[in-house]
Design a binder for this molecule. Structure first.
Ligand code: ADP
Ligand code: MG
Length: 199
């Protein structure tokens, strides 16, 4: 199970990769959006890190909910409420699971569905969901961390060939094709960091 030290390592790794790639995320969003995704996400993860002392001592479900609340309050844009929903739902679902089971795959499936409901969006519309759904499926299939990281990276890259149907990029229609979706890329970065830190 995830203890406090491991939880700190996971959050630090995820936050670190988002900060390190903030300029890349902003460049992706400049191509098909309004060029703020990297800055939005960096603001969010810095807020989480600055509260990590108080977040990490909570039980895992409460810690995940605290991260979700923090992201809703600090990231902004479309992605803030969506990432917030992901972590809030993960926390809620893990809290409802039988204490010993820690059904991460089941919680992730519910959390991704909650993001889709919040965004009125679905798989295949060139959003973060194009990474989150394959990751939820891979967790459910008991794939290894390395496999899940590779699946996430490939899924983000595959958004390049997709026409955006949701979010600002959808305003570009066909012209959104040829660019990786920034939210898909940030989701893959987080998944890769968490999977790497779990090894
Ligand atoms: P904004 O579009 O408000 O500037 P960001 O730039 O921070 O917000 O985030 C953009 C990302 O949010 C997109 O790349 C996409 O992955 C994700 N996104 C936007 N709208 C939706 C939606 N309705 N459903 C799922 N994801 C979405
Ligand atoms: Mg944007």
């Amino acid at each position: 199970m995830i203890d406090e030290a491991l939880f700190r390592a996971l959050v630090t790794a995820a936050a670190g990769t988002i900060s390190a790639h903030a300029e890349e995320l902003t460049a992706l969003d400049s191509a098909i959006g309004d060029g703020d995704h990297g800055h939005n996400m960096r603001r969010g993860v810095e807020a989480v890190l600055s509260d990590l002392e108080s977040i990490a001592v909570k039980p895992l479900p409460e810690a995940l909910k605290a991260i979700g609340t923090k992201l809703v309050m600090t990231v902004g844009g479309a992605s803030g409420p969506l990432y917030g929903t992901l972590f809030l739902t993960l926390g809620k679902e893990l809290a409802n699971a039988p204490p010993a089971s820690a059904d991460l795959a089941g919680a992730m499936a519910k959390a991704v569905d909650a993001v889709a409901a919040r965004g009125k969006s679905e798989l295949g519309q060139k959003t973060m969901l194009d990474v989150l759904y394959p990751v939820a499926d891979a967790l459910n299939a008991n794939r290894s961390g390395a496999e899940i990281a590779a699946i996430a990276a490939a899924a983000a890259e595959a958004t390049r060939n997709v026409k955006a149907i949701r979010g600002r990029a959808s305003f570009l229609g066909e012209r959104s094709v040829g660019h990786v979706d920034p939210g898909a890329r940030s989701s893959a970065l987080i998944v890769e960091a968490v999977a790497g830190a779990l090894q």
